[in-house]
Design a protein around this ligand. Sequence first.
Ligand code: ASP
Ligand code: CP
Length: 309
Amino acid sequence: MTATTARNRMLGHVITAEQFDRDLLDVLFARATALAGVRDDRLAHRIMATLFYEPSTRTRLSFESAMLRLGGAVIGTEAARTFSSAIKGETLEDTVRMVSTYADLILLRHDEAGAAARAAEVASVPVVNAGDGPGEHPTQALLDLYTIERELGHVEGVRVAFCGDLRFGRTARSLALLLALYPGVRLAFVAPPVIQVGGDILSRLEARGVECRLAEQLTDVIDDVDVVYQTRVQKERFTDPLEYEQARTAIRIDGAIMRQLPATAIVMHPLPRVDEIAPEVDSDPRAAYFRQAANGVAIRMALLEMLLA
Ligand code: ASP
Ligand code: CP
């Protein structure tokens, strides 16, 4: 697929990882590699609006950086729950209708699953899902997959252990759906029952022929992995404090775990981390999470170019 065909197919919204296919991913990753480090004005006079109803460091700032590196402009509200007219009772739909007339693209983070799809229904410009509650985080999945390809040199046949909060964590869900596009991928979901992955995702993966297994301890699968994808327990999504306590310290990666991890495997994490990866792990060359976060700028430049150029 050429970059132009890909661009034509991308016109529209980015709501779920399931809208991507291999051809589109190949074009996007090639563009990300070509755009890394670029600063020009190909998106001059284009405006991105960021509407964030939930906190963010990486997603908002790497999208803003990507837009500015390509010569575009950014407007936005980073605490939309309190600093936009949402506090006066305005609906998401009305806000999105209005902002569609102020900007060429809306980047939306919201605390409800399905919010990005709702916004896309009424928007007259592309809506990009920057995380919708426990739903999905498709652009994080793009940068995660790009990181796996760059770190390991391939995605086919890769063995990934997802760890931590697989019940509320949206990044693991979106990445698992993207990995399902690659033959021979094997996935392990490592978590105590209270935060184990939902049956909905498992059945979607199994319907696509992905080999999945469940475990409670990382040590049960550690000999058989290329990627450990650790995640934060999503404290803000628990309604039962007892369940949160059961989940909180479930899986921690420290020096002892790193000694058992194969020499060629990597550790990823969408960040922010709290205490699920000990700081002593950071200096290990297999700790890929800061390189992973840095890849977010190039991936988001490629995505913005496809949506807006
Ligand atoms: N930053 C990621 C997200 O927004 C992961 C996390 O918050 O734990 O989904
Ligand atoms: N990975 C991620 O989405 O980080 P933020 O929540 O800081 O945007």
